[in-house]
Design a protein around this ligand. Sequence first.
Ligand code: GLA
Length: 733
Amino acid sequence: MKLFVFFFFIGLFSIWAKAEEVVAIDTDNSSLIYTINHSNQLIFCYYGQKIDDKEAFSLIESYNKVDTNRDLSYEAYPTYGLGFSNEPALTIIHESGALITELEVSEIRTISKDSLINHIVILLKDRVYNFEIELHLEAYKKEDVINQWIVAHNYESKAIRIGNIYSSFLHFYADKYYLMHFTGSWANEMNLVEEELRSGKKVIESKKGVRTTQTENPSFILSLNHSAEENEGECYGGALAWSGNYRIIFEKDEWNHLNVLSGVNPFLSEYTLKTGEQLETPKMIFSYSSRGLGQLSRNFHNWGRKYALVDGFSPRPIVLNSWEGTYFDFNEKKLTRMMNNAAKIGVEMFVLDDGWFGNKYPRNSDSAGLGDWETNEKKLPHGIDYLIDYAHSKGLKFGIWIEPEMVNPKSVLAEKHPEWIVQSPGREKITLRNQLLLDLTNPEVQDFIYNTIDSLLTVNAGISYLKWDANRHVEQVGSTYLPNDQQMHFWVDYTKGLYNIYRKIRSKYPELIMQVCASGGGRIDFGSLKYHQEFWTSDNTDPLKRLFIQYGVNLIYPPVATASHVSASPNHQTGRITPLKFRFDVAMTGRLGMELQPDHLEEQEVEFAKSAIKTYKKYIRPLITEGDLYRIVSPYDENKWVALMYVSKDKSQAILFAFSTGVHARDVYPILKLNGLNPTRKYKIEEINRINTSSFWGNEKVFSGEFLINNGMEIRISRLFDSAVFKLTEVTK
Ligand code: GLA
């Protein structure tokens, strides 16, 4: 009965018509399809498994609006004013006070089309005002990734104000929707949550301005009808390439359709576009997988390494970072001793963390010195140069920590330039970790930061690695630089200011290795990764916690960029005691490094570290850099085992990691089914990084891929923090 009423209703007020034109963009395995209807509107039709028969979409009847009632056609970029009662992607306030925007297709342009990338732009114009947007779609064919973004142009004779301008809109229709997203806090980032979406809106966002990924990452995975599985089923992933405020809205509407908007957060962010000006949104990166989460992650990792990360497919050096080893308490002797030890165990890069700067206000704790980027003469009387030369003499490269967006009130910089600090007129400035934020919307501040880094890198020419930290977020927003009527530009202009600096540094120092860090995992997004080789995943270095954090991070972001350090036991953040082998085995699943005082290692621990690092360099690093990740057992499964495997692209090599994260009944072991190998080939299995007898009865033997995939390997790890690593090598004879 309901159905009848519904069609009757529509029949009365509307005209159904065939689409005029199909606009489609494909990757090797996915299609995103729009149609243009008789009213020249761009209609969202489909995103999913590749469909070659595009013609069929032109037969879909779409509703021509002659009345304001809702229909079942969803605009590809919904605006406010065309009967779309859901959250619109775009809202504009015209000088006349008009609030309505109606977009129609004016042109479709192909920007590039080759065997790797297709890039099209659909121009959409307002029917009444001289306002236009470019809707960009860029398909990365081999990686099954599509980027979407918007460029808005104001050709009116007066300024317009933009309320919302999301980067993308996606639309789904299924019985049920399951959303995975990543949530957390400092030292507890990227916890995976999966929830079924109910009616109304689920919002993922940040309003922090800086460290925007610490509590919630701007990425998600969506599965239709069932919750996501590792090796099968359709799922979709999205990640916004933006390091500022973001908002992703999942709106399950009254017809049970799901609308997904992703982009810059409109929170206090109205943006004025003067005549002739344009505004480009960040890119939203999507991927589709018909083979579960595993394939989805591999799509993101392949795309990330090829197109988003700096030197995505190059091996990363093994780092000893001074932070947890010394904190602020060091001098030349202590550092050079650390370097001696680092070199002995095979580390390749020494990174001097916080505490090396400030003289009037020495940086001996986190309460002073930030902003005064000259070497502390008391701690380091011979300068950074001396340390660099020393590192080089030991065969180590040298890196340094900097937190250039910040200032302590106790600093020469704060005394000299109080106007550079983010502040709200008349209010007391609230510190966080005793520090305040510099106003990156101000080009003078951008120049100061660029010049600080430029002179650090030119005066000390041997610095080959920069750890860029940011340890607070925005509160009491306000800029002495921006005009009063543009204070709301702060959030967008801050991030653009940051990107300007990154860009300048990158173009002058293309070889420099840069790590993005913001109190640990506060800036893990594809916007900042474009300028960096790696990210500091979390200030939590507890290996058990890291198995969870890195599982979450690597669902989207590439393992090669995932800095993962062996630290002391008991762990400084959690107090947990773990064996050195377990700490190494976990850290070796990402970009291996160390973060401890090597002097505190016992002799047999030094020997173990030496051999673990050698093993990592020879067998593990190449696969983490260039191979594919296959997750075997998730830490989120209740069974308290974790396993994952890296497989070379040609499937001739693999490294398997297995961990026991709980206490198990006697003689109960995990059986790991090694999906990811080639079933028709044979592999020799060798346990590496071993201390005792092998934990696999078939060690050194040859097995078929078929056996390992279907029967699996039973591994004898069952005590708390047992772990094992295996090398699998194809045997051709
Ligand atoms: C942040 C970083 C740490 C360390 C400290 C130094 O917390 O995430 O790795 O660099 O700052 O103050």
